[in-house]
Design a protein around this ligand. Structure first.
Ligand SMILES: C[S@@+](CC[C@H](N)C(=O)[O-])C[C@H]1O[C@@H](n2cnc3c(N)ncnc32)[C@H](O)[C@@H]1O
Length: 380
């Protein structure tokens, strides 16, 4: 197993001991997912529901009842506690190398960002203020959250996101070949084979893994990417330069795009919808429709928890809201995204929902796409 399979100078240089700790966390998370979490719905039916009924003299029905019934199961409680601890261990396992190697990483980022032959660019907005919910939350327990910015050269949020993400995704570093972008490439090949985007915008790019994949796949295209945190974006820009691809990064809110109308052919987001809450989600959809050109595509990819087969599966998936700092996860699970896209102005005829398999593992992803009518007059 390789904890990281794409090396570049922005990654912290971990010692053997640190790598061994990361491998241990990967193993623990694999065990918890494959062997323990996979039994939670059975635990509800075999233990939790009966214990809930005995305690409350009724069957569990509402989402709150189902959550309470899950907690009647000792196995579920053990999994929940262990999963929370394993998530915290991810950040400990990558935090030590990041802070030990931070000066070198910052210097590398500065050199890459200022290199005369740099390909992309970085546009920070000192007046941008991430919304308090995001700025004040350690989403998925990442220390300091997405908006972390420790000073003018800081790259810690991006370093945490990439290295923690590699451990979280069971040791699969993404490099230029980000698997979530790969899902969209396959979708484009299958459903829009003649579509070749000239200008691409990646919303909520974090460390830029997907943004780099778009730049790599469409070398003729101009690729832009945005996120809310300066620490994340400095890292993303330096990382893209280290990988040799051109991406223009912006500190900007997906719900308030500072691009002119009809200025992109393709607008994508990967795993952003579940992070932004209902109001921003609707504004982001309307903004994407505004800045995509007539005939262009808007594609939101995200976690597939919305296709849970039963209410028990769905409630089980909401664990992240209560215990993993994913403040909008449940809101996302329960949203009517087709209705939101329609309300944003996407025409019914161009709207598609897809439940697709990942490219390189057994995950499934949710995708919703909308095409702007060629006459430029979207109907609600
Ligand atoms: C789960 S990460 C996904 C990152 C990346 N697209 C990927 O798939 O690896 C979600 C990202 O959305 C960003 N985000 C949250 N609210 C946002 C907003 N209002 N506008 C733009 N980005 C936002 C977060 O900062 C975070 O980097």
């Amino acid at each position: 197993m390789r904890v990281r399979d794409v090396q570049h100078p922005m990654l912290p240089q971990a010692t053997e001991e640190e790598l061994s700790r990361q491998r241990a966390v990967v193993s623990l998370r694999k065990l918890l997912n494959a062997r323990v979490r996979s039994q939670n719905v059975r635990r509800f039916h075999e233990e939790g529901a009966a214990a809930f009924a005995e305690r409350n003299s009724r069957q569990p029905q509402s989402p709150d009842d189902i959550q309470a019934a899950l907690f009647e199961s000792m196995g579920y409680r053990m999994w929940s506690a262990a999963n929370r601890s394993a998530q915290e261990m991810i950040w400990m396992s990558v935090g030590e190398p990041i802070f030990r190697d931070r000066d070198r990483m910052q210097a590398a980022a500065r050199a890459l960002a200022e290199a005369p032959d740099r390909k992309g660019s970085l546009h920070l907005d000192p007046d941008y203020d991430p919304s308090p919910e995001i700025a004040g939350t350690d989403v998925h327990l990442q220390p300091g959250g997405y908006g972390r910015d420790d000073g003018p050269d800081d790259i810690v949020a991006g370093a945490f996101y990439e290295t923690g993400g590699n451990v979280f995704s069971f040791g699969q570093g993404a490099g230029k070949g980000d698997s979530k972008a790969g899902v969209i490439f396959r979708l484009l090949d299958e459903e829009f084979p003649d579509f070749v985007p000239g200008r691409i915008l990646d919303l909520g790019c974090s460390a830029g893994a997907a943004s780099c994949a778009y730049a790599d796949r469409y070398p003729e295209a101009e690729v832009h990417a945005l996120d809310i945190g300066a620490g994340m974006l400095r890292y993303a820009h330096a990382r893209a330069e280290a990988l040799g691809v051109a991406v223009h990064f912006h500190q900007m809110d997906a719900a308030d795009l500072r691009f002119p109308e009809a200025s992109f052919d393709l607008i994508v987001s990967h795993n952003m919808l579940h992070e932004i809450g209902a109001e921003k989600r609707r504004r982001a959809m309307a903004e994407a429709l505004r800045v995509v050109r007539p005939g262009g595509l808007v594609i939101f990819q995200d976690v597939d928890t919305r296709f849970a087969p039963t209410e028990v599966h769905r409630v089980e998936k909401n664990w992240d809201t209560a215990f993993n700092g994913e403040i909008f996860w449940q809101v996302y699970n329960e949203a009517d995204l087709v209705a939101d896209m329609r309300a944003a102005g996407f025409a019914e005829t161009g709207l598609r929902e897809h439940n697709v398999s990942a490219v390189s593992n057994i995950n499934r992803w949710y995708v919703i796409s909308g095409r702007k009518p060629v006459d430029g007059t979207p109907t609600a």
